[in-house]
Write a new protein. Structure first.
Ligand SMILES: Cc1cc2nc3c(=O)[nH]c(=O)nc-3n(C[C@H](O)[C@H](O)[C@H](O)COP(=O)(O)O)c2cc1C
Length: 289
C-alpha cells in the first residue's frame, strides 16, 4: 500500500487536512481519509506525518526515522543573528583535515533544507583531503585559460556567447580581471587560488528536471555553510568551480555526478587560520509595499 491512515489511532482532529498543501485529506466516518488521486498529487513533504499527534499516517518512501521529534530547543533570534554576523568567507586554513563527525553534521543540516516541490536538496560530492582536491586544480586553471583565450577571437567569442547565453557570457567577461590575478598567482607561487588549499570541498549538484534545481542546490549549500560555521569551521562558497566540473567529463565520472545533473555551487571548508574581530552589516534596499 502506498499510503495509510491507521483508523485505530486517528482521532479525526483534522490537523493533516489543515497542513497538507495539496488538500489530500478529507474526514471519513471513523478516521481521516485520503482524497482521490492522493498518490499522484502528493509531493511527499511529510507535513501530515509531522503534524499528526497520533502517529497514524504512513506514506511509502517516508520512513519514521526521517521525522525526529522536536526537542523544543531552537536558536533564538539573537543566537542566529550572532551566528550570521560572525560568518565571513575564510580563505586561509590550517593544514589539517576536517573531522568526519563535523562533515556528517554539515550533511545532517543539508538534509533539513527545503526544496521546490519538495524535490530534495539535490546531491553533494564530498571531497575530503587535498589528495582528492589537488588533481582538479591545474585542469581548472587550464579550463579558464582556454575559455578566456577563446573569448579573444571574434568567431570563437560569437560561438561562446551563443553557447553560454548573454548573461553568463557577460558574467564571465566581468570576472576576467579576477581570473587574470588567479592565473598570475598560480604561475608565480604554484599555489591553489581556486579552493585556497582548503581540506574540504563540497560540490552541490541537482537533477536538471527539478523545476528549482539551482535554487535547491544554493539553499543546500547555504545550509552547509552555516552548519560548518556553527562548528567553528571557516568556509567560502565557490562559484568558480561548478562551470569546470560541469563540462569536465573525467571529473564528473570520478565524482559520479550523473549526466542528468547540473553542477550549481561549491563550498570550501576547513579549520580557519584567521579569526575576524568584526562582522559586517550590509545595506539592504527595502521597499515597504
Ligand atoms: C554564489 C557565490 C559564489 C562565490 N564564489 C566565490 C569564488 O569562486 N571564490 C571566492 O574566493 N569567493 C567566492 N565567493 C565569496 C564572496 O566573494 C564573498 O561571499 C563576498 O565577498 C562577501 O564576503 P563574506 O562572505 O566574507 O561576507 C562566492 C560567494 C557567493 C555567495
Amino acid at each position: 500500500m502506498d499510503r495509510n491512515i491507521d483508523i485505530e489511532k486517528c482521532t479525526l482532529c483534522g490537523l493533516c487536512r489543515m497542513v497538507c498543501p495539496a488538500g489530500l485529506f478529507r474526514p471519513g466516518e471513523a478516521a481521516m481519509q485520503f482524497t482521490e488521486g492522493a498518490a499522484r498529487l502528493c509531493i511527499r513533504c511529510g507535513h501530515c506525518i509531522a503534524a499528526c499527534p497520533e502517529d497514524a499516517i504512513q506514506i511509502q518512501g517516508l520512513e519514521a526515522s526521517q521525522f525526529p521529534p522536536m526537542t523544543g530547543e531552537t536558536a533564538g533570534y539573537d543566537q542566529l543573528q550572532n551566528l550570521l554576523l560572525s560568518r565571513r568567507s575564510v580563505r586561509q586554513f590550517e593544514d589539517r583535515p576536517v573531522e568526519k563527525e563535523m562533515i556528517e553534521k554539515i550533511l545532517n543540516a543539508v538534509a533539513t533544507a527545503p526544496s521546490g516541490s519538495n524535490m530534495g536538496p539535490g546531491q553533494v560530492c564530498v571531497l575530503s583531503g587535498r589528495d582528492k582536491i589537488d588533481p582538479m586544480i591545474s585542469s581548472m586553471i587550464e579550463f579558464y585559460r582556454r575559455v578566456y583565450r577563446g573569448m579573444e577571437g571574434m568567431l570563437s567569442r560569437f560561438m561562446y556567447r551563443r553557447m553560454m547565453g548573454k548573461r553568463q557570457f557577460a558574467a564571465l567577461k566581468s570576472f576576467k580581471p579576477i581570473a587574470d590575478r588567479m592565473f598570475e598567482y598560480y604561475d608565480r607561487t604554484g599555489k591553489d587560488p581556486v579552493t585556497w588549499e582548503a581540506p574540504l570541498l563540497l560540490i552541490f549538484h541537482a537533477p536538471r528536471n527539478a523545476i528549482t534545481c539551482r535554487e535547491d542546490a544554493i539553499i543546500a549549500c547555504t545550509y552547509a555553510m552555516l552548519a560548518a560555521h556553527a562548528q567553528g569551521l571557516g568556509t567560502t562558497m565557490c562559484g568558480v568551480i561548478p562551470p569546470f566540473v560541469q563540462q569536465d567529463r573525467d571529473t564528473r565520472r570520478r565524482l559520479r555526478i550523473p549526466n542528468k545533473n547540473i553542477v550549481v555551487l561549491s563550498l570550501i571548508a576547513g579549520h580557519p587560520k584567521v579569526k575576524f574581530s568584526r562582522g559586517i552589516r550590509r545595506q539592504v534596499e527595502v521597499q515597504w509595499g
